[in-house]
Write a protein that binds this ligand. Structure first.
Ligand SMILES: [Zn+2]
Ligand SMILES: [Zn+2]
Length: 279
Protein backbone atom coordinates (compact mmCIF):
# COMPACT_ATOMS: atom_id res chain seq x y z
CA UNK A 1 0.00 0.00 0.00
CA UNK A 2 1.37 3.39 -0.92
CA UNK A 3 -1.24 6.02 -0.05
CA UNK A 4 -0.88 9.62 -1.11
CA UNK A 5 -0.34 11.79 1.94
CA UNK A 6 -2.21 15.07 2.29
CA UNK A 7 -0.43 17.84 4.17
CA UNK A 8 -2.67 20.67 5.40
CA UNK A 9 -1.54 23.96 6.92
CA UNK A 10 -3.65 25.28 9.86
CA UNK A 11 -1.26 27.72 11.49
CA UNK A 12 1.86 29.53 10.24
CA UNK A 13 2.92 31.91 13.03
CA UNK A 14 5.61 31.76 15.67
CA UNK A 15 5.55 33.25 19.17
CA UNK A 16 1.97 34.54 19.20
CA UNK A 17 -1.10 34.69 16.93
CA UNK A 18 -1.24 37.62 14.50
CA UNK A 19 -4.84 38.80 14.17
CA UNK A 20 -5.83 41.69 11.92
CA UNK A 21 -6.22 42.79 8.34
CA UNK A 22 -2.47 42.80 7.59
CA UNK A 23 -2.21 39.02 8.21
CA UNK A 24 -5.17 37.55 6.33
CA UNK A 25 -3.33 36.22 3.29
CA UNK A 26 -0.74 34.01 5.04
CA UNK A 27 -2.79 33.61 8.21
CA UNK A 28 -2.46 34.56 11.87
CA UNK A 29 -2.68 31.25 13.75
CA UNK A 30 0.32 29.64 15.41
CA UNK A 31 1.95 26.38 14.32
CA UNK A 32 -0.22 23.44 13.34
CA UNK A 33 0.23 21.19 10.30
CA UNK A 34 -1.56 17.89 9.68
CA UNK A 35 -0.55 14.90 7.58
CA UNK A 36 -3.36 12.57 6.54
CA UNK A 37 -1.71 9.26 5.63
CA UNK A 38 -4.87 7.52 4.47
CA UNK A 39 -5.63 5.33 7.46
CA UNK A 40 -4.91 7.99 10.09
CA UNK A 41 -3.75 11.48 10.83
CA UNK A 42 -0.60 12.95 12.35
CA UNK A 43 -0.69 16.52 13.62
CA UNK A 44 2.51 18.48 14.11
CA UNK A 45 2.06 20.89 17.04
CA UNK A 46 -1.06 22.17 18.74
CA UNK A 47 -0.86 25.90 18.00
CA UNK A 48 -3.92 28.10 17.62
CA UNK A 49 -4.61 26.53 14.20
CA UNK A 50 -5.54 23.24 15.93
CA UNK A 51 -9.18 24.03 16.95
CA UNK A 52 -10.18 24.65 13.30
CA UNK A 53 -8.60 21.31 12.33
CA UNK A 54 -10.50 19.76 15.26
CA UNK A 55 -13.81 21.05 13.89
CA UNK A 56 -13.03 19.51 10.48
CA UNK A 57 -12.10 16.19 12.14
CA UNK A 58 -15.37 16.22 14.09
CA UNK A 59 -17.32 16.74 10.85
CA UNK A 60 -15.41 13.82 9.28
CA UNK A 61 -16.06 11.74 12.42
CA UNK A 62 -12.32 11.13 12.89
CA UNK A 63 -11.90 10.00 16.49
CA UNK A 64 -8.22 9.02 16.80
CA UNK A 65 -5.36 11.45 16.24
CA UNK A 66 -1.63 11.58 16.91
CA UNK A 67 -0.35 15.01 17.98
CA UNK A 68 3.44 15.40 17.91
CA UNK A 69 4.45 18.42 19.98
CA UNK A 70 7.81 20.02 19.17
CA UNK A 71 8.04 21.63 22.63
CA UNK A 72 5.80 23.24 25.21
CA UNK A 73 6.28 26.92 24.32
CA UNK A 74 2.82 28.45 24.28
CA UNK A 75 2.68 29.06 20.49
CA UNK A 76 2.89 25.28 19.98
CA UNK A 77 0.21 24.39 22.57
CA UNK A 78 -2.28 27.26 22.48
CA UNK A 79 -4.80 25.28 20.44
CA UNK A 80 -4.83 22.34 22.85
CA UNK A 81 -7.03 24.24 25.32
CA UNK A 82 -10.13 24.43 23.08
CA UNK A 83 -9.41 21.30 20.95
CA UNK A 84 -12.93 19.90 20.31
CA UNK A 85 -11.87 16.22 20.36
CA UNK A 86 -10.97 16.47 24.06
CA UNK A 87 -14.72 16.81 24.71
CA UNK A 88 -15.64 13.63 22.81
CA UNK A 89 -15.82 10.57 25.10
CA UNK A 90 -15.25 8.32 22.05
CA UNK A 91 -12.08 10.13 20.94
CA UNK A 92 -8.57 8.78 21.52
CA UNK A 93 -5.86 11.43 21.44
CA UNK A 94 -2.21 10.46 21.46
CA UNK A 95 0.08 13.28 22.58
CA UNK A 96 3.81 12.82 21.96
CA UNK A 97 6.60 15.05 23.21
CA UNK A 98 9.93 15.30 24.98
CA UNK A 99 11.00 16.61 28.39
CA UNK A 100 11.66 20.29 29.05
CA UNK A 101 14.94 20.35 30.99
CA UNK A 102 14.15 18.18 34.06
CA UNK A 103 10.39 18.22 33.59
CA UNK A 104 8.72 15.29 31.84
CA UNK A 105 6.36 15.96 28.92
CA UNK A 106 3.38 14.84 31.05
CA UNK A 107 4.32 17.14 33.95
CA UNK A 108 4.74 20.04 31.53
CA UNK A 109 1.33 19.41 29.97
CA UNK A 110 -0.31 19.06 33.38
CA UNK A 111 1.19 22.37 34.45
CA UNK A 112 -0.12 24.05 31.31
CA UNK A 113 -3.59 22.53 30.96
CA UNK A 114 -5.52 23.11 34.16
CA UNK A 115 -5.85 25.40 37.14
CA UNK A 116 -5.11 28.27 37.40
CA UNK A 117 -4.63 28.76 33.64
CA UNK A 118 -7.64 26.77 32.34
CA UNK A 119 -10.79 25.42 33.98
CA UNK A 120 -10.19 21.82 32.81
CA UNK A 121 -7.12 19.71 33.39
CA UNK A 122 -5.94 16.73 31.35
CA UNK A 123 -7.79 14.32 33.65
CA UNK A 124 -11.08 16.19 33.25
CA UNK A 125 -11.42 15.73 29.50
CA UNK A 126 -13.97 13.07 28.50
CA UNK A 127 -11.69 11.85 25.66
CA UNK A 128 -9.16 9.09 26.20
CA UNK A 129 -5.74 10.78 26.24
CA UNK A 130 -2.50 8.80 25.87
CA UNK A 131 0.73 10.61 26.71
CA UNK A 132 3.86 9.28 24.99
CA UNK A 133 7.16 10.42 26.49
CA UNK A 134 9.89 10.77 23.87
CA UNK A 135 13.62 11.27 24.02
CA UNK A 136 15.63 12.90 21.24
CA UNK A 137 17.15 10.29 18.96
CA UNK A 138 14.28 7.87 19.57
CA UNK A 139 12.64 5.95 16.75
CA UNK A 140 9.32 4.14 16.97
CA UNK A 141 6.33 3.04 14.94
CA UNK A 142 3.22 5.12 15.45
CA UNK A 143 0.71 3.60 17.89
CA UNK A 144 -1.79 1.56 15.89
CA UNK A 145 0.57 1.01 12.94
CA UNK A 146 3.05 -1.23 14.82
CA UNK A 147 3.26 -4.68 13.35
CA UNK A 148 1.74 -3.56 10.04
CA UNK A 149 3.82 -4.28 6.94
CA UNK A 150 3.83 -0.51 6.18
CA UNK A 151 4.01 1.20 9.59
CA UNK A 152 4.31 4.95 10.00
CA UNK A 153 7.76 5.41 11.52
CA UNK A 154 8.70 8.43 13.59
CA UNK A 155 12.28 9.47 14.30
CA UNK A 156 13.31 12.36 16.51
CA UNK A 157 16.24 14.75 16.76
CA UNK A 158 17.03 17.38 19.40
CA UNK A 159 16.59 20.90 18.03
CA UNK A 160 18.76 23.83 19.10
CA UNK A 161 16.22 25.99 20.94
CA UNK A 162 15.90 27.44 24.47
CA UNK A 163 14.85 24.44 26.61
CA UNK A 164 15.33 22.22 23.51
CA UNK A 165 12.81 21.37 20.81
CA UNK A 166 11.98 18.03 19.21
CA UNK A 167 12.34 17.68 15.45
CA UNK A 168 10.41 14.87 13.77
CA UNK A 169 10.76 12.71 10.71
CA UNK A 170 7.61 10.80 9.73
CA UNK A 171 8.17 8.07 7.13
CA UNK A 172 6.35 5.30 5.34
CA UNK A 173 8.01 3.41 2.48
CA UNK A 174 9.75 6.05 0.31
CA UNK A 175 7.74 9.00 1.66
CA UNK A 176 8.75 11.26 4.52
CA UNK A 177 7.99 14.61 6.10
CA UNK A 178 10.57 16.33 8.27
CA UNK A 179 9.22 18.83 10.78
CA UNK A 180 12.01 21.17 11.90
CA UNK A 181 10.52 24.18 13.68
CA UNK A 182 12.09 26.23 16.45
CA UNK A 183 15.66 25.35 15.68
CA UNK A 184 18.69 27.62 15.28
CA UNK A 185 21.48 26.38 13.06
CA UNK A 186 25.11 26.17 13.95
CA UNK A 187 27.57 23.90 12.14
CA UNK A 188 26.87 20.71 14.19
CA UNK A 189 23.08 21.31 14.03
CA UNK A 190 23.21 21.93 10.27
CA UNK A 191 25.18 18.72 9.80
CA UNK A 192 22.89 16.54 11.94
CA UNK A 193 19.77 18.06 10.43
CA UNK A 194 20.97 17.50 6.86
CA UNK A 195 21.62 13.87 7.77
CA UNK A 196 18.24 13.57 9.54
CA UNK A 197 16.35 14.98 6.54
CA UNK A 198 18.33 13.03 3.91
CA UNK A 199 16.26 12.11 0.83
CA UNK A 200 12.97 13.33 2.36
CA UNK A 201 9.84 14.39 0.49
CA UNK A 202 9.05 17.60 2.39
CA UNK A 203 11.04 19.68 4.86
CA UNK A 204 8.83 21.89 7.04
CA UNK A 205 11.05 24.76 8.11
CA UNK A 206 11.29 27.54 10.71
CA UNK A 207 11.42 30.75 8.62
CA UNK A 208 10.94 33.02 11.64
CA UNK A 209 13.73 35.50 10.92
CA UNK A 210 15.27 37.42 8.05
CA UNK A 211 19.07 37.26 7.98
CA UNK A 212 19.37 40.67 9.68
CA UNK A 213 16.86 39.70 12.39
CA UNK A 214 18.73 36.45 13.01
CA UNK A 215 21.99 38.33 13.62
CA UNK A 216 20.18 40.53 16.17
CA UNK A 217 18.58 37.52 17.90
CA UNK A 218 21.28 34.86 18.15
CA UNK A 219 20.34 32.32 20.81
CA UNK A 220 16.59 32.76 20.37
CA UNK A 221 16.46 29.39 18.62
CA UNK A 222 15.12 30.21 15.16
CA UNK A 223 16.33 30.31 11.58
CA UNK A 224 15.72 31.85 8.13
CA UNK A 225 14.17 30.64 4.86
CA UNK A 226 17.59 30.86 3.24
CA UNK A 227 19.03 28.37 5.73
CA UNK A 228 16.03 26.11 5.08
CA UNK A 229 16.60 26.19 1.34
CA UNK A 230 20.29 25.38 1.91
CA UNK A 231 19.50 22.41 4.18
CA UNK A 232 16.89 21.20 1.66
CA UNK A 233 19.55 21.18 -1.09
CA UNK A 234 22.19 19.64 1.14
CA UNK A 235 19.85 16.83 2.24
CA UNK A 236 18.34 16.25 -1.22
CA UNK A 237 14.79 16.86 0.06
CA UNK A 238 12.26 17.34 -2.77
CA UNK A 239 10.71 20.55 -1.42
CA UNK A 240 10.74 22.83 1.61
CA UNK A 241 7.73 24.45 3.24
CA UNK A 242 8.53 27.70 5.06
CA UNK A 243 6.41 28.57 8.11
CA UNK A 244 6.58 29.83 11.75
CA UNK A 245 6.67 33.46 10.59
CA UNK A 246 7.36 36.15 13.20
CA UNK A 247 4.06 37.61 14.43
CA UNK A 248 4.97 41.06 13.06
CA UNK A 249 5.67 39.91 9.49
CA UNK A 250 2.74 41.29 7.48
CA UNK A 251 1.36 39.87 4.24
CA UNK A 252 3.19 42.44 2.11
CA UNK A 253 6.46 41.74 3.95
CA UNK A 254 6.06 37.97 3.50
CA UNK A 255 5.12 38.36 -0.17
CA UNK A 256 8.44 40.14 -0.80
CA UNK A 257 10.33 37.45 1.16
CA UNK A 258 8.55 34.72 -0.79
CA UNK A 259 9.59 36.25 -4.13
CA UNK A 260 13.25 36.31 -3.05
CA UNK A 261 12.98 32.74 -1.78
CA UNK A 262 11.41 31.46 -5.00
CA UNK A 263 14.26 33.01 -6.99
CA UNK A 264 16.86 31.51 -4.64
CA UNK A 265 15.27 28.05 -4.52
CA UNK A 266 12.24 27.26 -6.71
CA UNK A 267 11.64 24.07 -4.68
CA UNK A 268 10.87 26.08 -1.53
CA UNK A 269 7.38 27.42 -0.90
CA UNK A 270 5.85 29.69 1.74
CA UNK A 271 3.02 28.21 3.83
CA UNK A 272 -0.39 29.87 3.94
CA UNK A 273 -3.25 28.72 6.13
CA UNK A 274 -5.52 26.54 3.99
CA UNK A 275 -2.63 25.32 1.82
CA UNK A 276 -2.83 21.63 0.89
CA UNK A 277 0.10 19.63 -0.49
CA UNK A 278 -0.10 16.07 -1.75
CA UNK A 279 2.98 13.89 -1.57
ZN1 LIG B 1 7.61 28.60 18.24
ZN1 LIG C 1 9.85 27.83 20.99
Amino acid sequence: MNHTWTVNVWGVRGAFPAPGAAFLEYGGNTSCISVDYGSGIVIFDGGSGLPELGRCLKDRKVREVHILISHLHIDHCLGLFPFPLFQDPHARIHLYGGPHENMSFRKGLEALLGSPYWPLGLKDFPAHVDIHELLPGAGFDLAGTEGSSHPITIRTLAGNHPGQSMLYRMSQNDKSVIYALDCELDKPMEHSLAEFAQGGSLLIWDANFTEAELEAHRGWGHSTWKEGAAVRRMAGVRSALMTHYASGHTDSFLRAQELCCREYDPASIFAREGLEIRI
